[in-house]
Design a protein around this ligand. Structure first.
Ligand code: NDP
Ligand code: OXD
Length: 290
């Protein structure tokens, strides 16, 4: 797909490191797993992450731009996963799945969506999309972001208002980028600030989550359940206790997968923007880390 998109646009592309004859001739690299040694690409102008996150990419010299893929399909996929997981958390699905395995017929209390508040950490492109869908399902939605910038139908909290945000959150959704400031943010201290019996839905990055603190919060009843698309490490080792915890559902980092055509079109837009000196789509602000 990538060669076809680039050929149709009249742009040249080399696929795979093995096919690179002259590394100094490469101006842009699009990758998920970065090449081992970027220093051989002496003419490099941009490194493009073929995903929404850039936390896995190596540190780069200041003159090399970093772009993350902006793709409506990818964002919609994560939105769908978050809506699914939030509904599952809301309707006690981890407990019912575990009960069903035991052939146990035992009904709990059912609440309407309007009786629960979903708190979204990270109100960027994906957080806002998820907030709109959760709102339309009747949930009360609040959001937490660095700036606290307003979002339609969402009660917004800025970075310094974290405690107030957590105190009224029944279902906590993490859609943050992994940066120096957000690393390990889902920890014991944070869980202690949620109402007792809150639920966690995590599609950010494994590095946000202290897995041992999560296990303790579940054991203490501080959290009722957790639905995780990302873990630390990935893959989660087969012997890890959270795999068999009846309060936990884990999916293997599949909230989204970048569609090849969308990824190639983003990379093409970056190449052209760099050439024209226009704003680079998905440009990462180095000081912020996202
Ligand atoms: P954006 O860059 O559009 O949004 C990031 C949001 O996080 C913004 O609202 C930003 O605040 C907020 N934020 C960043 N740092 C902080 C901080 N220190 N304190 C409070 N808020 C902060 O990202 P996307 O919505 O496109 O993607 C978010 C993340 O989702 C990705 O980085 C990735 O980790 C994850 N993801 C996971 C996938 C999966 O398959 N599981 C797939 C795709 C993405 P502000 O608005 O003020 O800038
Ligand atoms: C992404 C991801 O960042 O798949 O796009 O996690």
């Amino acid at each position: 797909m990538w060669p076809r998109v680039f050929a149709e646009a009249g742009e040249s592309i080399v696929v795979g490191e093995a096919a690179v004859a002259d590394p100094s001739a490469i101006a842009h690299i699009a990758c998920w797993n970065p090449p081992q040694d970027l220093s051989i690409y002496t003419g490099l102008k941009t490194l493009i992450s073929v995903g929404a996150g850039v936390d896995h990419l190596p540190a780069l010299p200041e003159d090399i731009a970093l772009s993350r893929t902006i793709a409506p399909g990818l964002e919609a996929m994560v939105r769908d996963w978050v809506v699914m997981a939030t509904l599952m958390a809301h309707r006690d699905m981890p407990a019912y799945v575990a009960q069903a395995r035991e052939r146990l017929w035992k009904a709990g209390k059912v609440l309407v969506t309007g009786q629960r508040t979903v708190g979204i950490m990270g109100m960027g492109r994906i957080g806002r999309l998820a907030a709109a869908s959760l709102n339309s399902l009747g949930f009360r939605v609040r959001g937490w972001s660095l700036s606290g910038a307003l979002a339609d139908g969402v009660e917004m909290f800025a970075a310094h208002e974290l405690d107030g945000f957590l105190g009224g959150t029944d279902i906590l959704v993490c859609l943050l980028p992994l940066t120096e400031r957000t690393h390990g943010i889902l920890d014991e201290r944070l869980f202690a600030k949620l109402p007792r019996g809150a639920r966690l839905v995590h599609a950010g990055r494994g590095g946000h989550l202290d897995m041992a603190a999560l296990a303790r919060a579940l054991d203490e009843g501080r959290l009722a359940s957790a639905i995780l698309d990302v873990t630390d490490p990935e893959p989660l080792p087969a012997e890890h206790s959270l795999w068999s915890d009846p309060r936990v559902i884990i999916t293997p980092h599949v909230a989204a997968q970048t569609d090849a055509r969308e990824g190639a079109l983003h990379a093409l837009a970056v190449v052209r923007a760099v050439r024209q000196g226009s704003p680079i789509p998905g440009l990462v602000v180095r000081e912020r880390g996202y």
